[in-house]
Design a protein around this ligand. Structure first.
Ligand code: SAM
Length: 219
């Protein structure tokens, strides 16, 4: 079990598979494999179920999450990836925004397993609806699979004064008639025009078709 140094030793690699240290030993969130080594329980982090794991698995090296980071997670769904982010930011806070009632019910259950996860029923296109939960965050992570993904990221980074952002851009959510490469370029243009710097841009194939992870920093 090798820690990945650029993740502040919060993500581990063993025979090509990624793991986080479980904050809640003995509990599975999505049927993931658990195993214990020297008294520490590790949870496998499946790149086919999580775009953040896919980003690391394809070689992405920009990882803004620290042990005490405050993270605004947009498009939390039932909490699969947010639960790994909560393991990583064990002394921080993960604000999990989801707008679908059905997913939100499952998300509440996942958040009950980790004291540093907070479920928020809200629409990521309207940061003013949930701005009362935090004055600022360190990282905005976004996986909402809807139109205007770059704008939503920047609006939330502005609203929460975030230094770092990551957005898993799903090309087909923007326009099915335009090539994914053009959509990713356009998303980057929007982000640059809003005054943010692109520090990485990784296609997520073969784990996610026509998706790219764009990593952003405020200067
Ligand atoms: C691809 S899923 C997210 C999966 C999750 N990030 C994970 O890795 O575990 C996208 C989620 O974004 C939610 N979503 C889409 N548009 C949204 C919006 N405007 N505000 C909040 N959630 C949104 C959807 O309901 C869906 O649950």
């Amino acid at each position: 079990m090798e820690p990945l140094s650029f993740t502040s030793d919060s993500v581990f690699l063993d025979r090509g598979r990624l793991y986080t240290v479980s904050m809640c030993p003995g509990m599975r969130i999505y049927g993931e494999r658990l195993f214990t080594l020297s008294g520490t329980e590790y949870r496998e982090w499946d790149p086919r179920r999580s775009k953040l794991s896919a980003y690391l698995t394809v070689g992405g090296k920009h990882f803004p999450f620290k042990k005490d980071s405050k993270v605004l997670y947009l498009g939390a769904s039932s909490g699969t990836t947010p639960s790994h982010v909560a393991d990583i930011c064990a002394e921080g806070k993960v604000y999990c925004v989801e707008f679908a009632q059905r997913m939100f019910r499952d998300l509440v259950g996942t958040c009950e397993t980790r004291p540093n996860m907070m479920p928020i029923l809200g629409d990521a296109t309207r940061p003013e609806e949930y701005s009362m939960f935090a004055d600022s965050v360190d990282v905005v992570y976004q996986d909402v699979a809807q139109k205007m993904q770059a704008k939503i990221l920047c609006d939330n980074m502005d609203a929460f004064n975030a230094k770092y952002g990551m957005v898993a851009v799903k090309a087909r959510s923007e326009d099915v008639t335009t090539s994914p490469e053009s959509i990713f370029k356009e998303a980057e243009r929007v982000i640059r025009d809003r005054g943010y710097r692109i520090v990485d841009d990784e296609p997520l194939e073969p784990f996610e078709k026509a998706h790219a992870m764009i990593v952003v920093e405020r200067d």
